[in-house]
Design a protein around this ligand. Structure first.
Ligand SMILES: *Cc1c(COP(=O)(O)O)cnc(C)c1O
Length: 362
């Protein structure tokens, strides 16, 4: 494995974090970077100060969208120990996304070590209040200048870090969701199961129109018939009914969320009837009409669990639990965050500790 070069900034003062961090607004001092060329493969790994990038205006990702990313979190536990949540699964997923858009894969073990090294250097940037965390954004893009449509020959992989506030600083607050059949996010056999910017570009207009109508986000239906529910676009969705908890099965157009996977594994360990299957929006509406719908919640790294308080589909306006979070939603949120913050033992091997190491500038 190649050694990571360290080119670090002189730190003259302590890291000072503002009271309100929000999400994705503040960035740490350093980033990890490595390059790919056809002859050398992935090479030149370095941790260096965060600076503006210099890219040629013909860089391929700008024109044809050959780019992928990940989003995961690190936590500072009460003991002071720093841990990353399910880093292996995130880098494995990065490689799955890479494959679909012809980006060369990375070595998962090496990436975990590189991330640990970066986080060790940026340790002081990790906020400590319960609910706060360090958001980790790895991304890869085709960087050589060329205007023909084909896979790039050169790539850059970068990891930036952003201290983020508690998602629920004002308590666990349910969201208002609009089910749309006017637009689709992704189609089967397309890019839907790949964490690539194109899917977000496809979702912006529907999201903007939903926000104008007072909703938080859109729930997407399948790209062919607009009949089956898929996901929320930054979150996977779970329908908690009296005799089963259902989440749409991964069919190629749904992003395979790591939090989705975590929730399924926890529900199984609780011996609950969790089923991955196709589910139509009509089935959800009917379950609501019959009083069988206990709760609906989204899952994603940012919010962990997000209760849906209001779900609107055409002229059907469903209010869940009087707009309050469901009992299962809260139980899951507490279970996952307890493991992340070290309040509960990690029996699943989801936690990757970042050992404190002395930093030697190279
Ligand atoms: C990242 C993402 C999710 C959530 O995945 P997690 O791994 O749980 O954070 C859901 N849907 C889409 C489209 C995403 O990009």
């Amino acid at each position: 494995m190649e050694t990571i070069q360290l080119n670090l900034k002189e730190r003259t003062s302590r890291v000072f974090l503002p009271e309100s961090l929000g999400f994705g607004k503040i960035f740490t001092d350093h980033m990890f970077e490595m390059e790919y060329t056809e002859s050398k493969g992935w090479h030149n790994p370095v941790i260096r100060p965060v600076e503006d990038l210099s890219v040629h205006p013909a860089s391929m990702f700008i024109h044809y969208g050959q780019s992928i990313f990940e989003g995961m979190k690190a936590f500072k536990q009460e003991s002071g120990e720093v841990v990353i949540f399910r880093a292996d699964k995130h880098f494995e997923r990065l490689n799955n996304s890479a494959k679909r858009v012809c980006i060369p894969p990375v070595d998962v073990e090496f990436m975990i070590e590189a991330l640990k090294e970066l986080i060790n250097i940026e340790r002081d940037w990790i906020p400590t209040k319960h609910g706060e965390s360090l958001y980790i954004r790895p991304f890869v893009f085709g960087s050589d200048p060329f205007l023909g449509v084909k896979p790039a020959k050169e790539y850059k992989l970068i990891i930036i870090l952003s201290p983020v506030g508690a998602y629920y600083s004002e308590g666990f607050k349910p969201v208002k969701i609009l089910v749309t059949d006017e637009y689709v996010r992704a189609v089967r056999k397309g890019l839907g199961d790949c964490k690539t910017p194109a899917n977000y570009a496809a979702s912006l207009l529907a999201g903007q129109e939903a926000v104008k109508r007072g909703f938080t986000q859109v729930l997407w239906l399948d790209g062919v018939e607009q009949k089956y529910i898929e996901e929320v676009g930054t979150m996977n969705i779970f329908i908690n009914m009296k005799d089963e908890v259902v989440t749409p099965k991964l069919n190629g157009s749904i992003l395979p969320g790591i939090t989705r996977r975590t929730v399924i594994e926890i529900l199984k360990s609780w011996k609950m009837n969790i089923v991955e299957r196709d589910i139509t929006i009509d089935e959800v509406v009917n379950a609501y009409a019959k009083g069988n719908l206990l709760s609906v919640f989204g899952t994603g790294t940012a919010a962990i669990i997000s209760s849906v308080g209001w779900l609107t589909y055409k002229d059907k306006q469903m209010v869940l639990n009087n707009g309050k979070p469901g009992a299962l939603d809260i139980k899951l949120f507490d279970e996952i965050t307890s493991i992340q913050y070290g309040l509960k033992e990690d029996t699943h091997n989801w936690i990757f500790p970042v050992e404190q190491k002395e930093i030697v500038n190279s």
